[in-house]
Design a protein around this ligand. Structure first.
Ligand SMILES: [Zn+2]
Length: 269
């Protein structure tokens, strides 16, 4: 079992959080923030409460003069990217979000839900210095379909320069066993995905594949992740199925403090 990288505790809502630009926080939650997905059979009111607590924590963390609401998406293991204009609306029930596996915005705070797939948070700035944020959901199909390149392209289309990325917790290449033909097919698209489990069978290294795809797109990436299957502080789909645990999803997020000028609130000191 690998050792966990040092935690950078900002709030209990985040396993990892970092202020990447003034008022812009990137990070990843863990099971301490609870399950944040409505589609895994959890009690909806409990999920809504977990999401509200994360929103409140990020609002405080970012020092936003108005409450932040993370924009989630309806993830389908595709390569579609949605551009979110304006701040994310108040959370609705049932939740509303675009059907996509990548989100990009100049104004909204964004979230990607995962439990073994690779969560990626991206950040750039426009030529005028405005932050542009993105998130991507890169599972095995996303790596094959090019969700990383599509999200980077959408970020650049929104004016993002000098992109950076954070790769969060996901199942590692020593744990993610797949059939031999699947390893061959994915490795053809991205050779860095080729891996072998710790017990010697065919596997895929999705975080390595995502890192290679980010590098190919010219994006500097930092892997702050750990293996979701090996570490119980993260949700893992494979572990849930194997051990009969309840399913859950944690998130990667990019949270931006709303500019005071758009809210009528007093400028921050
Ligand atoms: Zn592992």
């Amino acid at each position: 079992m690998q050792s966990l990288p040092p935690v950078q505790p900002a709030q209990s809502l985040a396993w990892f959080a970092e202020e990447a630009l003034p008022g812009v926080w990137v990070g990843f939650s863990d099971t301490a923030a609870g399950n944040l997905a409505f589609h895994v059979g959890d009690e909806p009111r409990r999920v809504a409460a977990h999401r509200a607590a994360v929103d409140a924590g990020l609002t405080k963390l970012a020092g936003s003069p108005v409450p932040l609401h993370l924009q989630y998406m309806d993830q389908v293991h595709g390569a579609a990217v949605a551009v979110i204009g304006g701040p994310a609306p108040l959370p609705a029930f049932p939740p509303r979000g675009p059907t996509a596996d990548g989100l990009v915005s100049l104004s909204a705070s964004l979230a990607v839900m995962v439990a073994d797939c690779v969560p990626v948070v991206l950040l750039g700035t426009t030529s005028g210095g405005k932050p542009v944020v993105g998130v991507a959901h890169a599972g095995r199909p996303g790596v094959e379909k090019g969700i990383i390149a599509a999200t980077v392209s959408a970020l650049r289309g929104a004016g993002a320069l000098e992109l950076r990325a954070w790769i969060g917790p996901s199942i590692c290449g020593r744990c993610y066993e797949v059939p031999e033909d699947m390893r061959a097919a994915v490795s053809l698209v991205e050779p860095a995905a080729h891996a072998t489990t710790s017990w010697g069978t065919p596997a895929l290294d999705l975080p390595a594949a995502v890192a290679a795809q980010l590098a190919a797109a010219g994006v500097a990436a930092r892997n702050v992740g750990a293996c979701t299957l090996e570490h119980h502080q993260f949700y893992s789909h494979r572990r849930a199925v194997r051990d009969g645990e309840a399913e859950g999803r944690f998130i990667g997020f990019a949270a931006m403090a709303a500019p005071a000028s758009t809210t009528g609130a007093a400028p921050q000191p």
